[in-house]
Design a protein around this ligand. Structure first.
Ligand code: GLY
Ligand code: MN
Ligand code: MN
Length: 432
């Protein structure tokens, strides 16, 4: 991966002006309670450019001229006592080769070293509002440069947000990133299969969550890429439900939205299935509308299309289906114009996927080979909805991950069954 990181930096540097500097900060540690922390997760942009997973770090790229570039890392210094308690620190010496930088300084010295590095540069590339601590460092450094009376200190005149540049790069995945995302898709799919086979009425939602997390962890993905959603019955109609504390009831569906984070890349799958292993006719009716919509979308999300354009037809499929079941009434074009789908389908068709589960990039971007996105239509009919009673309390989402290729797309999550008959067959083979 070292070569790849060099290529990423080179690509970014090419887009910097001459006589400029760019700075990228590591994520701070997050306190969970008192003196314990959440497991550390590096900032995605910083990870993309360094593959360095320690806090208290910053990467600085200095571009004097086209061919004259210096790469500097600020990171924690080695500390025998601290390392006995909290683990290994890379330190300055090892960073040179490991992180491929020209120089490495103790992070504690950033306020003394950074003004010298930035002085005389006409542009500073910095992403504001990512972290308060980072903004404070930049503000203090600029103030120092402005207040210093020595002629030699000269602050950058312009600050440019580097996010549009770097995020555009992150949208196109390399062969190595794709290989990792295929694995993230496989592990995530395997967890969904495990949950289907473990499911039975009377279990608690968190017990299915435990099956999912177990499957992730034993395959080397210790953490989910977002909080796992296990919603039985009407809980499936709460889009970001992650309380996961209710009992699963005979006759209800359960919606599981779960994806692992594997080597810093996200999977994001949703499957909805009957808790007792058999769909009712009403559940199948709604399920098949969502499945038809998803199949259509997967077929049409190809080079040159946009999520927005494909979603317009998905909405049409949803409304045609709901009309057939007498859940909405009226003329189709009028229903589309009135946005009659919104009470039942209130989120987007999909989002970019990568180092972040909701990965960077603009939603309206025209699809290109190498982009990875989710396809996740859903219908949510709350138990209070004014619809035929057999459809009340049914929430269904089907979510897969696709890679856009030159020829069409590749389904990264095909191991998780979604055909209702196939789901029933798998569920009939219970795990022990
Ligand atoms: N699990 C979050 C999403 O599907 O977007
Ligand atoms: Mn999801
Ligand atoms: Mn998603």
């Amino acid at each position: 991966m070292r070569k790849e990181i060099q290529l990423r930096r080179q690509s970014f540097i090419k887009q910097m002006s001459t006589n400029s500097a760019a700075i990228f900060f590591a994520a701070p540690e997050a306190v969970r309670s008192n003196d314990t922390h959440y497991p550390y997760r590096q900032n995605s942009d910083f990870w993309y450019l360094t593959h360095f997973n320690e806090p208290e770090a910053a990467l600085v790229l200095i571009k004097e001229r086209q061919e004259q570039v210096t790469t500097i890392l600020f990171n924690r210094k080695k500390d025998t006592q601290a390392e006995i308690w909290t683990g290994y620190r890379l330190g300055q010496q090892a960073a040179l080769n490991e992180i491929q930088v020209d120089a490495s300084y103790d992070f504690a010295e950033i306020m003394t070293v950074l003004p010298t590095l930035l002085s005389g540069k006409s542009i500073l590339y910095h992403a504001p509002e990512q972290y308060t601590y980072a903004d404070q460092i930049i503000e203090k450094v600029i103030t120092t440069l402005c207040q210093n009376n020595e002629q030699t200190y000269d602050p950058p005149k312009t600050i440019i947000d580097w996010q549009p540049i770097l995020h555009k790069m992150r949208m196109i995945k390399s062969a190595k990133e794709i290989a990792i995302m295929r694995e993230a898709g496989k592990i995530s799919a395997s967890a969904h299969k495990r949950a289907m086979q473990a499911c039975q009425p009377g279990l608690y939602e968190y017990q299915l969550e435990a099956e999912i997390l177990h499957e992730f962890a034993i395959h080397g993905a210790r953490y989910p890429s977002y909080n796992t959603i296990v919603g039985g019955g009407n809980n499936a109609c709460i889009l970001h439900y992650d309380t996961n504390s209710d009992r699963l009831k005979e006759g209800d569906l359960v919606l599981i939205d779960a994806g692992c984070e594997y080597r810093y890349y996200a999977g994001d799958i949703t499957r909805t299935f009957p808790i007792n292993g058999k769909f009712t006719q009403a559940q199948r009716d709604i399920y098949n509308i969502v499945l038809d919509a998803q199949n259509y979308a997967i077929k049409h999300l190809v080079v040159g299309s946009t999520i927005k354009a494909v979603n317009e037809h998905v909405i049409r499929i949803m409304l045609q289906g709901l009309k057939k079941l007498n859940i909405v009434q009226g003329e189709l074009e009028q229903l589309i114009q009135d946005k009659a789908y919104l009470p039942f389908y209130m989120h987007g068709l999909g989002h970019w996927l990568g180092i972040d589960v909701h990965d960077v990039g603009s939603r309206d971007t025209v699809l290109e080979a190498g982009m990875v996105l989710t396809v996740e239509p859903g219908l949510y009919i709350n138990k209070e909805a004014n619809v035929p009673s057999q459809y009340q309390g049914i929430g269904i989402r089907i979510e897969d991950n696709i890679l856009i290729t030159e020829k069409g797309n590749e389904l990264l999550t095909s191991d998780a069954p979604k055909d209702p008959d196939e789901i029933e067959r798998l569920m009939s083979k219970k795990s022990n």
